[in-house]
Structure formats: C-alpha cells, structure tokens
Write a protein that binds this ligand. Sequence first.
Ligand code: NAD
Length: 440
Amino acid sequence: MKIAIIGTGYVGLVSGACFAEIGAEVTCVDIDREKIARLRQGVIPIYEPGLEELVTGNVRSGRLRFSTDLTECLDEADIVFSAVGTPPGADGSADLQYVEAVARQFGRGIRKYTVLAIKSTVPVGTCRRMKAVIAEELARRGVEVPFDVVSNPEFLKEGAAIRDFMSPDRVIVGVESEAARALIEKLYKPFLLNGYRIYFMDLASAEMTKYASNAMLATRISFMNDIANLCERVGADVDLVRKGMGTDARIGSKFLYPGCGYGGSCFPKDVRALAQTGRQYGYTMRVIEAVEEINNAQKRRIIEKLEEKSGRLDGKTIALWGLSFKPETDDMREAPSLVVVAALLEAGARVKAFDPVATNEARRYWDPARGDAIEYAPDMYRAAEGADALVLLTEWKQFRLPDWEQIRASMRGDVLIDGRNIYDPAEMRELGFDYSGIGK
Ligand code: NAD
C-alpha cells in the first residue's frame, strides 16, 4: 500500500515510520524544507524514544522517504494522511488553515480514487468541510475524480509514541463509504493482530471521540488538582486519597496524579477548542471551562508555594528541574515551565534550569544570550548549586534518586518544591529540606 503523510511533526513522522515498519511504502511530506533536508540526512527533528532507529531503518529499506512536494506523491498514493498542526486561534478554536491547505492541494492533484484521512485533531464538521473544499477544487479543474474523506484521530502519547502507534488501545475511524472503510481496515489490521479493536463510525462521532477523550483525561487531572488544593487546606494527603480512589475499579488509577498543571501540544488546545465548539453551538461546556480554569491556576501554584516559603522572589536564585511538559519528550508547548519561568523572571528572580533533552527547545523561549536571567545547567547538580530553592517541574527518571546530601550542601537555601509529588516528604525534611508537594 502506498501512503503519503502530510506534516512531518510528532504525529506525521511517528505514523510514517510505523506504517513503513509494517511494510507500507510511505512518503512523509512537509513544507518545512529545512526539516525535510535534515531528515534526508538522517537528522531527526524531535526527541522521541526509539524514533531515530525506526526512521533510519525504514529509510534504508526504501519504504520511507521524505518530500516537500505532495503533488508528486498523489499519482501513486492510496491514502493521504493529514498530520499537519491545528494550533489554537485567538478565540481558542482550532485553526484549520493548514488542514484546509492540505485538502486544497489534494483536490488540485488527485487523478484517481484516493482517500484523505484526517489524523490532525479537528473539530466536529471539519471532514465534511474538507469534502466540500476538495469538491470545489475538482470543479475548478473541471474534472470528476472519486475520493473519500475519513476521520482517523490519533491517540499516541509523546514519549511512548511508537509503542502507542504499534499497539493502539483502539483505532477510531469515521467513514462514509465501503471502499474507504476497506482500505483503512487493510492498513490498520497488522497493528491489531492481537485483538481487533477498530471502531468504525460516522465522521462527526469520530471527530468528537478525540476531543471527548482528551477532555476526559484533562478533566481527571484538573479534578485531582482541585482535590489536592482542598487536601492542603483540610490536612489530608492527596497521594493516599488518590490510591484509595484509584483502587475502585469504576474509577481506575490512571490520570489521577495532581501536579503543576497539564501542558503539551494537545490537552490545552483541545480543551479550549471543545469549549469553543460548545459556544459556537450555543452550549456552555461548564465542566470543560472549569477544567481549563483550574489548570491555569495550578501552573501558578508553584509560584505561590515559592512565595509562601521564600517570601519575595526578587534577587533569589531558583533551580528548576525539567522544562518539557512531560518526561521523555523535548516538547515544551504549553508546558507549566513556560508559566513558571515567565513569572520568576518577571518577579526579578534568577533561574538555573536543567532538562535532559529540552534545553535547545527552551532557548527559543529564553536565552541568556538575549539577556534573559536564565542559565541552562549541564546537569541537575549544577542547576541546584547556590540556589535558594529547587523546584521539580518534570518527573524525568533521573530526578528520582539524586544524591540529596550533595544537593542540600551545595544549595544556598533549603526550599524544595515537588511539583510532581515524587519525593517522600518525611525523608526530604529529614535531609534538611523545607519540602512542599502538591496536596500534602
Ligand atoms: P507539529 O507541529 O509537530 O507538526 C506539524 C507539521 O506540519 C509541521 O512540521 C509543519 O511544517 C507541517 N505543515 C504545516 N502545513 C503543511 C502543509 N500544507 N503541507 C505540509 N506540511 C505542513 O504537529 P503535531 O504535534 O505532530 O500534531 C499534528 C496534529 O496531530 C495536531 O492536530 C495535533 O493536535 C494532533 N495530535 C498530536 C499529538 C501529539 O502528541 N503531538 C497526539 C495526537 C494528535
């Protein structure tokens, strides 16, 4: 089967490499010429465990190639995937200009039956709209070429993207024709040999499934942050509460971790876009709006805690461990660190930060060379040296068992803010830290 994937970002590159791995012939297309040139030289633009090996292996086998020109793939491709971004517009709704550009190019170029599968996260109604866009382009050409638009939302998690793609919990497909259904089923079957979990549905339901899933996960996080903040006030320990709740089979233990707020390229924008869809249809998504409000406030909790412990932050040196929005990725989109660093710099503090992989990404936001009061330390120990307070923002594995005595001795102050609740408060206090977690 021949596939073209438009947009070679986190989703496009992982999907392309995984489809090639099961034997499909894949072309990953991007308008970013530099990205494609680097990929052709074997340089992987993002950090994702296992991706480099998967990409280079499939390039070597000839099943994966890169291009900046969709038109040249259209003669051959059976399925064209849109994996371009859908960033938030000014009002929170998803900006569909990139998806529309893909649909237009598709309509301008197809010569035989081809399926356009929308993997980008798009609001309900987008697939239908893209059908109209393609029909418009075909009419402009004065030709009739059969095509289908399919909704195929992606559920991979950055940091575990390859595993998620190769063994998905399920594949969701919104489809309107038997031909498209058969093609998509053929493509995904190899991923589902150990349990057939492909759900076919109408376009709107597939589009909504993606938003409802992300909104549910974000809701669990904001719910637990709300509970954690109350735990602090009433003297309960949210970790015990979480375990007590999570063992109820109806609730389950996943996504019940309070912290410094969710971030990343999906939850914040998808929650906002879902609320905006509600508004467009005259319906207020009250839970979803509260989820976002709680999350925004939670990112500020770290600063509040620092101020409670250290007083004025002006002139203080604050060490930060972790900048990416979660471990095993260099993605910093909407990361809590963005809010925390901005607030610290605004307050006149000096920041010493260490992240195992996201430093290059972080330099795009703040760079000492541009005069920002931030220093990127080469390791976690150097970050803590001379700091008045140490804040854990991202729970990378290497932060779990550091040499605390060395750290405590090298710090100027004793404040430790555990934004992910990975340390034992009693142990930290014994080591001489003024410890504060979330909801404890
Ligand atoms: P990304 O920003 O990493 O990549 C998008 C790529 O598309 C960029 O490289 C950009 O240059 C390219 N592009 C834009 N317009 C183009 C065009 N007309 N032709 C060719 N290339 C074009 O985005 P991402 O994180 O991979 O997300 C893509 C979509 O998948 C979004 O809708 C997102 O919500 C959704 N999604 C993301 C994740 C995730 O974990 N990142 C998970 C599930 C779903």
